[in-house]
Design a protein around this ligand. Structure first.
Ligand code: KIV
Ligand code: ZN
Length: 521
């Protein structure tokens, strides 16, 4: 038996994924995701774009300094300052990679760069050579490659490899390619670039036509050795190739692709939950592999078939993607060790103090709710692990609401040992009234941009998870709240966003900080 060709999985959740609107992450969150990616067996982690902002730089540096077990990559445009900054962030990584990109298509050459073909080749060589003077692992991406003339693409790729690129990545930047098209580009490069065997050929597909996974698979069929992808397919516009989908397609249809990846597929669902919880981007129920319905069989005929023989309607086993068979895990009599065990299985690394706090919250929850599911535990852990400042907390609320009448809210908030109460009889419904009361007490007014309530699991006693996006002074602040009481969860989430505003204002008073997005969901 021959060993299957190994496909490298390059995860760009922390770079391209973070470019999804509303998906910005703070440093602690990025570190947590980076560790989960290592645990999952990803080969390369694109940790960020160091020159983009001081926050991006620090996050790439922190991951390079502290996360081992995968290549850590930083993105740079093909110019000296970007590349120098990327190296500054990456230099302590055990396995650093600099990823240099430069657009090559006629549209980008004419309208964005105003450069002719020779100038593009000259700049690509200069960028790759500079990066190669810092480290030996260099990736080059001709941006908008799928819309670049194939002859010119071959010239650029040959020049980049000669200058020191060890991976050449072919981006379908605007999600324009079809599988046959992407396959033919990869095949042309393999057949026509004389030094192509000196570099790994990679693919980076966007999902504007919903074809990112299909295009990546076509690239693999035609010889690509690396796939760039993100958890849950998050990314610029319609997103990137989804890691879980492409990995499970390669595994499930090994008969077709005959390749292997190093991904521990049992980590797919925990990683998906982690990224969804951190970014606030909910996974649609019918999403392949990690959606809540991905393994749910509703039709009677299907259920009957499943009972007779699982493979009648199931092409993958839920446990292979990390869905535990018995999702109902703990009850009120479960101990700390059982919780620690479950947290570990879900992919979380908790300190002793964090475990203690989560355990106390778990006991409270188990008192209110008979059945505690994995998703409940994940929600409690996420709440604890976010570095949320707790300037203001809820002490008590009273709510009177009636159809056709303005609601009345009496809210008491605590700051340190002091309590402050406001009564509000106004607003468009109880949540609006609650939020007004919070604004009056804290003295901070925000514009609520998004407000989302969703149930973590099933049943009337399910935990409600509320996410809020609030704007203050042109910045977006996120907040998250979790409770079996959806009103309390909403106030928690709103207050969490307000607490981020307070923390930001306090920080700005000492040094000038200007975040795009603060907080976490
Ligand atoms: O989509 C794209 O072209 C990119 C490059 C930077 C690789 O993200
Ligand atoms: Zn991209």
């Amino acid at each position: 038996m021959t060993t299957p060709r190994q496909i490298r999985i390059f995860d760009t959740t922390l770079r391209d994924g973070e470019q999804s609107p509303g998906c910005s992450m703070n440093m602690a969150e990025k570190m947590e995701i980076a560790q989960a990616l290592v645990d999952m067996g990803v080969d390369i982690i694109e940790a960020g774009f160091p020159i983009a902002s001081p926050g991006d730089f620090e996050a790439v540096r922190a991951i390079a300094d502290n996360v081992s077990g995968a290549v850590i990559c930083g993105l740079a445009r093909s110019n000296d300052s970007d590349i120098d900054r990327a190296w500054e962030a990456l230099q302590n990584a055990a396995q650093p990679r600099i990823h240099v990109f430069l657009a090559t298509s006629a549209i980008h050459r004419e309208f964005k760069l105003k450069m002719d073909k020779d100038e593009i080749i000259r700049r690509a060589i200069a960028g790759v050579s500079r990066a190669a003077s810092y480290c030996s692992d260099i990736e080059f991406s001709p941006e908008d490659a799928s819309r670049t003339e194939v002859d010119f693409l071959c010239r650029v790729v040959e020049a980049a490899i000669k200058a020191g690129a060890t991976t050449v990545n072919i981006p379908d930047t605007v999600g324009y390619a079809t599988p046959a098209h992407m396959g033919s580009v990869i095949r042309a490069l393999r057949e026509r670039v004389p030094n192509m065997d000196k570099a790994v050929l990679s693919v980076h597909c966007h999902n504007d036509l919903g074809l990112a996974v299909a295009n990546s698979l076509a690239a693999v069929e035609n010889g690509a050795g690396q796939i760039e992808c993100t958890i849950n397919g998050i990314g610029e516009r319609a997103g990137n190739c989804s890691l879980e989908e492409v990995v499970m397609a390669l595994r499930t249809r090994h008969d077709v692709y005959q390749v292997a990846t190093g991904i521990v597929t049992q980590r797919l669902v925990p990683a998906s939950r982690l990224v969804s919880n951190i970014t606030g981007m909910h996974v649609q129920r019918n999403k392949a592999i990690v959606g809540r319905n991905a393994f749910a069989h509703e039709a009677g005929i299907h259920q009957d078939g499943m009972l007779k023989e699982r493979t009648t309607y199931e092409i993958m086993r839920p446990e292979d993607v990390g869905l535990t068979k018995a999702d109902l895990v703990l009850g009120k009599h479960s101990g700390r060790a059982a919780l620690a065990d479950r947290a570990k299985a879900l992919g979380y690394h908790l300190s002793t103090e964090q475990l203690q706090t989560v355990f106390e919250q778990f006991k409270d929850l188990a008192d209110k709710k008979k059945e505690v599911y994995d998703a409940d535990i994940a929600a409690l852990i996420e709440l604890e692990m976010r570095d949320a400042p707790e300037t203001w907390t809820i002490a008590n609320y009273r709510l009177l609401a009636e159809t056709g009448q303005a609601p009345t809210v009496t809210l008491t908030l605590r700051r340190g040992s002091d309590e402050f109460t406001e009564e509000v009889s106004a607003g468009d419904g109880p949540f609006d009234a609650m939020f007004r009361a919070v604004e009056r007490i804290t003295g901070i007014e925000v514009v609520c941009k998004d407000f989302n309530v969703h149930s973590v699991t099933v049943g009337k006693d399910a935990l409600a998870e509320v996410t809020v996006e609030a704007e203050h002074g042109g910045d977006i602040y996120r907040g998250r709240g979790v409770s079996t009481d959806s009103v309390e969860a909403s106030v928690q989430a709103f207050l969490n966003a307000i607490n981020h505003v307070v923390a930001h204002l306090e920080r700005s008073a000492t040094h000038s900080v200007a975040p795009k997005v603060v907080g976490n969901v």
